[in-house]
Design a protein around this ligand. Structure first.
Ligand code: HEM
Length: 532
């Protein structure tokens, strides 16, 4: 008051500012700051066309409405390069084979790493695998791991793979004439296969229930697998994950603080995920420590081979610390089970609906030799051209692309498709859109394995990067040969014993959902019929 009177005497007039105005100004400033934050990532890519993004959720509601087919719809509307907002984060989607070649191969040095989406950024276990490591650490890790994927190593895994498949297919039929949920069966089979190949451990998931090995095997392995499945399926790309993942999609800056709080509150999903990941990590650490101690020179599993490869080079030793070894071994299970099992289920489902394909396929398998003659690596490569990459498997992988989007990030400012992208832009290749483009695949919604016949005009005219289910360039899938070996072997064994029919309870067309990879929403229900 004193100061006010003094100022009045000096002729200075005080203006009274109403509290309402102050509040409005503060709120406007906060709103402007929030809008600035939400649009900051948008400014660098605003010239690229795309649907209007809503505040906070961006274009995620469109994904909820249209499902994985959305990106083909958007490519039709906006062209081969367009913008999609995953919550606050803009993605530049590339939906053209030539542009994919540019990002994945020609300009690889400008796009050497993957962007880390919100579901992954909270999980060190997932971040330390090959998939999300970056720059020189990635190239050292990849070079070491590549040695493990030599064809000679893969061929040595065949007898173990045969054993797992034979045991699993023994009892595919239940006593009653019931439908089987084939996608569950194939997930167990793929997980068992990876258990043997990655850890040298028999998970025994696909063994018949009355098998004694199955019963004696429950020393924590089922817990481990359940935790693995829980940890993986909670990584959602839409708005159905844990609260901190949702926050991460909407307001990334708040994800970590929220996770830190929520993981301490029992009962929350974040708490459960944290607990699960911690148990998984310590189990993996135990397995790695044991292997390091035992040093079994004869073991052919991935973990033993990595440990051996690591010993031979000092640089690999410094990069492959035990936590990275655990993560890479776990990644084998993570990346190898859901993808391979999805592909196996897709083939069986599609072939069951196409009798002419089934007949040709079974003739090829029967021609190979008596049912107890086991194919070796060479046979798999040369004696099953119709089954192989040249046809049925390739077409099924095109029809249902298990990994419809693959992530990249710019490491500096770069030009692509006529647009300048700033450093740090998330650029995602839309493999699923390429696979359904009628320019390269006439009648894309028809299952036609013959379109991949090397003598067919369609195959000759197609862009070489139109069908890239395993990705492209130096960061393409490292497990491609491993999974194709597994898929082909499984199909040979399955069709020697069974044919499959769609269950009347199966929806048509199949419904799919987005996790970190594509999945069947209600499973694949089939009837297995024993062959004479
Ligand atoms: C049908 C089965 C599979 C499909 C369709 C598939 C698909 C893919 C795709 C699309 C990518 C991204 C490639 C890119 O960004 O260009 C990828 C990467 C990767 N996949 Fe697979 N995958 C399969 C099986 C496997 C298996 C069995 C393993 C492990 C043994 C595996 C391990 C990996 C790893 C480690 C990467 C990251 C490679 C890197 O960044 O250097 N995948 N996969």
């Amino acid at each position: 008051m004193e100061l006010g009177n003094e100022l009045m005497r000096m002729g200075v007039k005080l203006i009274r500012i109403p509290m309402g105005l102050v509040a409005t100004l503060v709120l406007s400033a906060l709103l402007a700051a929030a809008l600035g934050y939400f649009h900051a990532s948008y400014w660098g890519v605003w010239r690229i066309p795309g649907p209007v993004a809503m505040p906070f959720v961006g274009n995620l509601p469109l994904l909820a409405k249209y499902g994985p087919g959305l990106f083909s719809i958007l490519a039709k509307q906006y062209g081969p390069i367009f913008r999609f907002h995953m919550g606050r984060q803009p993605l530049v989607i590339v939906a053209d084979p030539e542009l994919c070649r540019e990002v994945g191969i020609k300009k690889f040095k400008d796009f050497p790493n993957r962007s880390i989406p919100s579901p992954i950024s909270a999980s060190p276990l997932h971040q330390k695998g090959l998939f999300f490591t970056r720059d020189s650490r990635w190239s050292t890790m990849r070079n070491t791991i590549l040695s493990v994927y030599q064809p000679s190593h893969l061929a040595k895994l065949i007898p173990t793979m045969q054993e797992v498949i034979e045991s699993a297919t023994q009892n595919l039929l239940s006593d009653k004439e019931e439908d089987i949920i084939f996608s569950d069966f194939s997930l167990k089979l793929a997980t068992d296969m990876i258990g043997q190949a990655a850890f040298g451990v028999d998970f025994g998931l696909s063994k018949p229930f009355n098998d004694s090995a199955h019963q004696s095997n429950d020393n924590g392995i089922h817990d481990f697998i359940n935790q693995h499945i829980y940890s993986t399926t909670m990584l959602k790309m839409d708005l159905s994950g844990s609260f901190s993942i949702i926050i991460g999609l909407l307001v990334p800056i708040l994800q970590e603080p929220f996770r830190q709080i929520l993981k301490r509150i029992p009962g929350t999903v974040d708490w459960k995920v944290e607990k699960t990941n911690r148990t998984l990590s310590s189990r993996l650490d135990e397995i790695v420590a044991k292997k390091m101690e035992v040093k079994d020179r004869e073991s052919k599993d991935f973990l033993s081979l990595i440990l051996k490869a690591r010993e031979s080079e000092a640089v690999s030793r410094s990069v492959f610390t035990p936590d990275y070894i655990s993560a890479v071994t776990y990644e084998h299970l993570l990346a190898g089970s859901a993808t391979t099992s999805f592909t196996l289920s897709s083939v069986i489902y599609l072939v069951a609906g196409h009798p002419e394909v089934e007949k040709k396929l079974i003739d090829e398998i029967d021609r190979f030799g008596p049912r107890d003659q086991k194919p070796n690596a060479n046979d798999l490569r040369l004696k099953f051209p119709y089954l192989d990459q040249a046809s049925v498997v390739k077409e099924a992988m095109r029809f249902y692309t298990v990994s419809p989007l693959v992530a990249r990030e710019t490491s500096k400012e770069v030009e692509i498709g006529g647009y300048h992208l700033p450093k740090g832009t998330w650029v995602w290749l839309a493999l699923g859109v390429l696979a359904k483009d009628p320019k390269n695949f006439p009648e894309p919604d028809k299952f036609k394995p013959e379109r991949f016949d090397p003598n067919c005009e369609e195959e000759k005219q197609r862009h070489p990067y139109a069908n890239i289910p395993f990705g492209i360039g130096p960061r393409a899938c490292i497990g491609q040969k491993f999974s194709l070996q597994e898929i082909k072997l499984s199909l040979v064994h399955l069709y020697r014993k069974y044919v499959f029919r769609h269950s009347p309870d199966m929806e048509k067309p199949l419904k799919l959902e987005y996790g970190i990879v594509l999945n069947f929403k209600h499973g694949v229900k089939l009837r297995a019929i024993k062959r004479a």
